[in-house]
Design a protein around this ligand. Structure first.
Ligand code: DNO
Length: 382
């Protein structure tokens, strides 16, 4: 397995020379400044690639080449958007960058309700609270059908949270929910989010699947011509949120995707943390089932509560057996004769992490700890 580190580009508070000290060999990054749907030009890719190479790294994975919302909605004339996506792929391939991670989550990317939940021994973690999500959905967004999506206990806890909330705590919640959108560092206000949610009205799970299938049909043949691999990132959390369908949440979903275009170039990003947030998902089993199609791995852990809330645990603790996951990935590598790039995903804010101004979920010391622990497991298993 190849150690990589997610770098958010020149605006990242963590520099490439600092990343070099973590021991990671490769960089995972994207041209976050380019709006969704526009072409990544050869010049822009080469400039970023040169920076990475000059610091002694390879650019192993593009995370992400984002998919425009119109493609997810199947809305309007999509020909130019598909053409642009294929052109970006060709420009990346010409630079020798051949693995692309993307997601098919409508509207929001990874979603948490608390970016600084305190840990017992100091430091903080990312947390998803089911009651806070319900409070946001029902009391702040005012989504009509929201009441039907939560059980009575969660609804009660949501009301209690909302009644005790202040403008500051409500803003904090909105900011936390928006923190997962790295593309151009977008944020929606409440009215903007209401508008974009309304634009999904009437789009069912099946519609989303058909739109996804169309995307695969449009881009996987190009990946095959260019010698590229695409790998979808699972939904985080792996369930429907804010009334939006999610279709990359469990083994059955992944199976459907793999069959929708049955070729090695149509692959998976095994994210142990995203999949691990659903108690029904057996992550080592998913890694075993789809091993041959895993082109990239995000390794992190979660601890779940009975009400659907969860928080991010240290990389080797939490509910997912990380050693078993890594063992499956090593097995897949030896079967395929390939090397799977992985990155320590997220991390606790530890020591002076909170002062560094890093991207939410992507601290320096917390990830360094995660990488060191995972490196230890790989070393022991191999
Ligand atoms: C969260 C990340 C995701 C991921 C995208 C891939 O920390 O793993 O935001 O980058 O979903 O498209």
């Amino acid at each position: 397995m190849r150690e990589t580190w997610r770098w958010f580009g020149p605006q990242d508070a963590i520099t490439l020379p600092q990343i070099a000290q973590t021991g990671a060999a490769g960089i995972v990054t994207a041209l976050h400044e380019i709006p969704y749907g526009e072409v990544w030009t050869s010049g822009a890719i080469a400039t970023r690639h040169d920076m990475i190479k000059a610091a002694g790294f390879t650019w192993d994975v593009v995370e992400s080449l984002p998919i425009h919302e119109a493609i997810k909605k199947g809305e309007g004339d999509l020909t130019p958007l598909f053409e642009n996506y294929r052109q970006s792929m060709a420009n990346l391939a010409a630079e020798g960058i051949t693995t692309i991670c993307y997601n098919f989550m409508p509207v929001l990317d990874w979603t948490r309700t608390d970016l600084n939940a305190p840990l017992a021994r100091g430091g903080t973690c990312l947390r998803f609270s089911a009651p806070r999500m319900a409070a946001f959905d029902i009391h702040m967004l005012g989504r009509e059908a929201a009441n039907d999506d939560y059980d009575a206990e969660t609804l009660q806890a949501a009301t209690e949270w909302f009644e005790a909330s202040t403008e500051d705590t409500r803003n904090e919640l909105l900011n936390a929910i928006m923190a997962g959108l790295p593309g151009a560092f977008d944020r929606y206000s409440i009215p903007e989010l209401q508008k974009v949610l309304a634009s999904y009205a009437g789009i069912s799970r099946d519609d989303l699947r058909q739109n996804y299938k169309r995307f695969l049909n449009e881009v996987i043949p190009t990946a095959q011509e260019l010698g590229m691999k695409l790998c979808v990132h699972p939904d985080d959390p792996p369930r429907d949120i804010l009334g939006l369908p999610r279709i990359v949440s469990n083994g059955d979903d992944i199976d459907w995707i793999m069959q929708a275009f049955d070729a090695p170039e149509n692959g998976l990003t095994l994210c142990s943390g995203s999949l691990g947030a659903n108690p029904a998902n057996d992550v080592p089993e998913i890694a075993r089932s789809f091993g041959e199609r895993i082109h990239f791995a995000h390794l992190r852990n979660v601890r779940k509560d009975p009400d659907g809330s969860f928080e991010e645990a240290a990389h080797l603790t939490g509910d997912t057996d990380m050693v078993a996951v890594i063992d499956e990935l090593l097995e897949a590598e030896s079967k395929m004769g390939t090397t799977i790039p992985f990155r320590p995903d997220h991390g606790h804010d530890l020591l002076n992490d909170a002062d560094l101004g890093t991207q939410a979920g992507y601290p320096l010391i917390g990830r360094l700890r995660g990488l060191a622990e995972i490196r230890g497991v790989i070393t022991a298993l191999t």
